[in-house]
Write a protein of this length. Structure first.
Ligand code: 173
Length: 331
């Protein structure tokens, strides 16, 4: 009896030690949070690439604390569904342009019109305002914005007749919300498609041209169906990194700091774009994509018109927030 009690005491002691050890390691394991992430662009292409570098960096620096499980790009999820997926926590994180979630947040159409840098926007309350819009409409945290120094262009299969007067009457142009108001204001017919449908739409003659940034034309082979690019470029690209709000709130301070530090690094990668753009213009010329350069006065008019039409459209869709956004992000 005495023996068996002694035995039981020893067993209980051992169990307690094991439980303690498990308990501790259990806490340590639970501390590494995994976030599931998607991109609204194809994996490995221009507008996914820096986000993929960001994922690598977070996974290296966050070892033991936070890990991003990158599920992939448009193979994993259609681009126009990404905003909703981060809102509903189908994913925890998304690399997505505002143009793909204007259905949830009409103001997102205005990000392309920002003239203040992200550094300025983080100082003057713009980031906070835009973050609040994301909190309210996308149930998400506005972690970063990339590619602010990359303009959009219009590309064509053949030289449009009245292009010098930027008259698009009779032209069918593939758009997203980025270019829709402008194309329509200039008399063109706007047809919305995801990037993955541009090649076929051009090849089959469903459209005469398309809107796209200066970068990324070669990613999906569009040089085969493109002969002209209208210069100047207009607006600027926004590709945002969003984190579902609940996923964000569940992180501890240190995990958030890892993401925030990497986000600033990610925004800093924009400094690489100046050289990348110069090389890309050369590459387009080499692939027989000719620039149609508007004369200086016409170019100025075109840009003014684009800017005006862009803001009108945002403010029409969201009068108060649109006007506030303009004050905060544009000079
Ligand atoms: O043209 C598009 O699909 C589009 O709106 C966009 C936005 C940001 C980067 C690349 C494309």
């Amino acid at each position: 009896m005495r023996n068996s009690i002694g035995h039981l005491t020893r067993v209980a002691g051992a169990v307690a030690v094991v439980a303690l050890a498990l308990g501790c390691s259990g806490i340590a394991v639970a501390q590494e949070v995994t976030l599931r992430a998607v991109s609204s662009f194809q994996e490995g292409t221009q507008f996914s690439r820096n986000f993929e570098r960001f994922v690598e960096r977070v996974n290296a620096e966050g070892r033991g604390q936070i890990r991003i499980n990158y599920i992939g790009g448009t193979r994993a999820m259609p681009p126009f569904e990404v905003g909703n997926a981060v809102r509903n926590r189908v994913v925890d994180m998304a690399n997505v342009t505002g143009a793909f979630y204007t259905n949830l947040m009409p103001e997102a159409d205005g990000f392309k019109l920002a003239t203040r840098t992200m550094a300025e926007q983080r100082q003057n309350g713009a980031w906070e305002f835009v973050n609040r819009l994301h909190n309210d409409r996308l149930n998400s945290w506005y972690l970063a914005r990339q590619f602010q120094n990359v303009p959009f262009h219009l590309y064509f299969r053949s030289r449009p007749e009245r292009i010098e007067r930027f008259d698009f009457t009779g032209l069918k142009i593939r758009v997203t919300p980025v270019y829709r108001a402008l194309v329509e204001a200039l008399g063109g017919q706007a047809i919305t498609t995801a990037p993955g449908e541009v090649f076929t739409a051009m090849e089959r003659g469903v459209v005469d041209g398309y809107g796209w940034p200066i970068l990324g034309v070669f990613d999906l082979g569009w040089e085969q169906v493109t002969r002209f690019r209208l210069d100047p470029g207009f607006y600027n690209v926004d590709v945002n990194v969003l984190v579902n709000l609940e996923s964000w709130r569940r992180l501890n301070d240190q995990q958030r700091r890892i993401l925030e530090t990497a986000a600033l690094w990610l925004e800093g990668l924009d400094s690489e774009n100046v050289q990348i753009i110069a090389a890309e213009r050369q590459r387009q010329a080499g692939a027989n994509i000719q620039p149609i350069a508007l004369p200086e006065a016409a170019a100025r008019q075109f840009l003014e018109r684009a800017n005006e039409v862009g803001w009108q459209s945002v403010i029409r869709q969201s009068p108060e927030n649109g006007a506030r956004l303009r004050q905060l992000i544009a000079n």
